[in-house]
Design a protein around this ligand. Sequence first.
Ligand SMILES: Cc1ncc(C[n+]2csc(CCOP(=O)(O)OP(=O)(O)O)c2C)c(N)n1
Ligand code: SF4
Ligand SMILES: [Mg+2]
Length: 270
Amino acid sequence: MSYEDWFREDRLPHIFCVGCGNGTVINCTLAAIDQMGWKKEETVFVSGIDCSSRAPGYILTDSLHTTHGRALAFATGVKLANPGLNVVVFTGDGDLAAIGGNHFIHACRRNIDMTYIIMNNKIYGMTGGQFSPATPTGAKASTTPYGNPDPPFDIAKLAIGAGASFVARGTAYHATQIDKLIVEAIQHKGFSVVEILDDCPTTYGRRNKFKSVIEMMNHLKEIAVPVKAAEKMSPEQLEGKVLTGVLYKAEKPEYTTEYAKVIERAKGAK
Ligand SMILES: Cc1ncc(C[n+]2csc(CCOP(=O)(O)OP(=O)(O)O)c2C)c(N)n1
Ligand code: SF4
Ligand SMILES: [Mg+2]
């Protein structure tokens, strides 16, 4: 099989704007699951609502395109009903960190075995460029035309703090790296989070003086510093940079396994 066997070619043309990083993320995810040798009938993709969440519609497996911010609730139901399934969830920064913020922290805390792929373009792309909890301070959005006064979440740190057992970060520029990170995330037993710094030239780039998609991509290239390289850098050198690679990895009890034990105990108590 090739990753192209996972792609619904009949759904073309896709909805993404020219230069949107979402295509790269989908491509890398499919390459990763193809490397895993997964079977389509054992794999489910889940998403909420946003540009990023359109991803499962282009993938040839069972999928749930659910409600805004609620993908993890549906995915938790899928995984608990059949722990043997491979579950991958796609989300955007707004879907995850605004309306879906509670689902996110509790999924991290539970450490349920699934992979959560975040397309963080720092804006509500689908609905016309409103600011999100990941929009940098001072950045312009349709709802902050004079600059965003709020500090943004560091989504990867939020995931670590909430208990996720695997957290990685890459960018849509570094396709080879995110391909590897997604493989590692999928192989991890537990809730694995891959934050991908993505570009939205249409609603973020234009407002924030990026003259072209290439400029946005170059920006992602420039700010990314692999964790190993960062160890040798001073705080001054790291100013304005973002760490990439595997940021956190730990063995923790996995939720469906623990839940099965509770069921067994309940049966024994009868
Ligand atoms: C309950 C509910 N509230 C609001 C919306 C409108 N809505 C759809 S997508 C979206 C935000 C999308 O932003 P993000 O998750 O960052 O995804 P992107 O489009 O940037 O990939 C919003 C507010 C909705 N569909 N449902
Ligand atoms: S609006 Fe932004 S996130 Fe949505 S498809 Fe266009 S470039 Fe991509
Ligand atoms: Mg977004």
